[in-house]
Design a protein around this ligand. Structure first.
Ligand SMILES: Cc1cc2nc3c(=O)[nH]c(=O)nc-3n(C[C@H](O)[C@H](O)[C@H](O)COP(=O)(O)OP(=O)(O)OC[C@H]3O[C@@H](n4cnc5c(N)ncnc54)[C@H](O)[C@@H]3O)c2cc1C
Length: 382
């Protein structure tokens, strides 16, 4: 039997690493157990876009703010470059500009502002600004390259916080303090199961009590053709109708109706636009959202075309071309943004169920560690 731990974390995605970090900061001895040789799930397939503006108002927005602060605290020490900061949302439709105005009047809009076309062009020269009604700037966001950030985080946790990692090790069951794995038993006082979209291996009945689906997304890496600079992430009108911090505002109803009428095909594919830049100048562009009871294995060329149509409406990148396409999946719930279940006093199942784990995983990790080690319950949804 392996040495005893205060905490065993199942899953080395961003949520598992968030719980591991929070527990290690409390002085706990932590082991992370991951079935693959490295994280290969949603946590390395995403935009690496730590998003605040647009998150559901209340507890989840606060979680994103806290998680962003934790990212900011650790990136330098962990050797993770922040590629750009902030977010620009150019409103092309009148109805979208109305949503931006309404958002600015909410507490979430306090540090955001409308910027001039000249300011927007200065931040992201490739933006097409001729038909834009108004542009929101949010200062809160960070962008990291997740496929590089996740391995660096694991290495940093190992060296700085003495977190042990067991790669290529599947957890088969958890019985009290015994974590049964494909490579033997680990003893741990507490267990945090952060399984991503694996609903069937550990406590499947507990997970099945919740109406979860699997969301499949398509993503693209685009070379802009000619060098261009993104000084912030960019989202479009369609994002205003998807992200709950905007979409739940009464003023979003008219935008929703107009997009349904004019962009029916994109809306049916759950498409909106996020574009962020990588260190080599290429752009990560997405995405589509299809919900079902299983991952969708086959990418649809039609979805990529619709994403690129929206990209071309927002940006002037004449020689752009796709250099990479991939699919990602995450656990999704129509009601809740996170799910924390307690199958036993010392065990928590932890999921981000709204596609926002890069933005909130670190803060959720703190909440789960507080729950397990300090008896402070995880705040419920607003
Ligand atoms: C295409 C895409 C774009 C996204 N964009 C963003 C974004 O820009 N911003 C944002 O905030 N969020 C974004 N998200 C959402 C975010 O990536 C997820 O919410 C987050 O990565 C979920 O993290 P996780 O650790 O729960 O899951 P995962 O990253 O899937 O990790 C779970 C891990 O658990 C392991 N595991 C499961 N069961 C076991 C077991 N029994 N034994 C051992 N190991 C096990 C798996 O192998 C896996 O490595 C995006 C997601 C996708 C797919």
């Amino acid at each position: 039997m392996a040495a005893g731990y205060d905490l065993a974390v199942v899953g080395a995605g961003i949520v598992g690493l968030g719980v591991a970090l929070a527990a290690a900061r409390k002085g706990k001895k932590v082991v992370v157990v991951e079935r693959n040789a490295k994280a290969i799930g949603a946590s390395i397939r995403n935009f690496g876009f730590v998003t605040i503006t647009g998150q559901r108002a209340g507890a989840h927005w606060a979680r994103a703010m806290r998680a962003r602060d934790i990212w900011a605290e650790i990136v330098e020490e962990a050797g993770i470059p922040v590629i750009h900061r902030g977010l620009i949302m150019p409103a092309r439709l009148e109805e979208a500009a109305v949503v931006l105005d309404a958002f600015l009047k909410t507490p979430m809009g306090e540090q955001c502002r409308l910027i001039t076309s000249a300011e927007a062009a200065d931040l992201v020269p490739a933006l097409r600004l001729d038909a834009v009604k108004s542009t929101l700037y949010s200062p809160h966001e960070l962008r990291v390259e997740s496929s590089e950030a996740l391995p660096k985080l694991a290495t940093w946790l190992e060296h700085k916080h003495q977190v042990d990692f067991r790669w290529n090790t599947a957890v088969r069951s958890v019985n009290g303090t015994r974590v049964e794995t494909s490579h033997g038993t680990i003893e741990a006082e507490a267990v945090a199961i952060c399984p991503g979209d694996d609903f069937s291996t550990l406590f499947p009945n507990v997970i099945a009590a919740h109406p979860l689906t699997i969301c499949t997304l398509q993503m693209l890496r685009v070379s802009p053709g000619q060098p261009t600079r993104f000084g912030a992430a960019v989202m479009s009108d369609m994002s205003l109708a998807r992200y709950e911090g905007f979409a739940a505002l009464p003023e979003a109803v008219a935008l929703d109706r107009r997009l349904d009428a004019e962009e029916a095909e994109s809306r049916a594919a759950g498409i909106h636009l996020i574009a962020v830049q990588s260190a080599d100048g290429s752009l990560v562009v997405g995405d589509s959202h299809v919900y079902g009871n299983a991952q969708q294995p086959f990418a649809q060329e039609r979805f990529d075309r619709l994403i690129l149509d929206e990209f071309d409406r927002i940006f002037d990148c004449p020689d752009r071309h796709v250099v990479n396409r991939w699919i990602g999946t995450y656990a999704s719930s129509a009601e809740r943004t996170v799910l924390v279940e307690r199958p036993a006093d010392n065990v928590r199942i932890v999921m981000v169920t709204g596609g926002t784990g890069a933005s909130t995983g670190f803060a959720l990790g703190e909440q789960v560690a507080d729950d397990l080690f300090s008896s402070v319950p995880v705040p419920q949804e607003a």
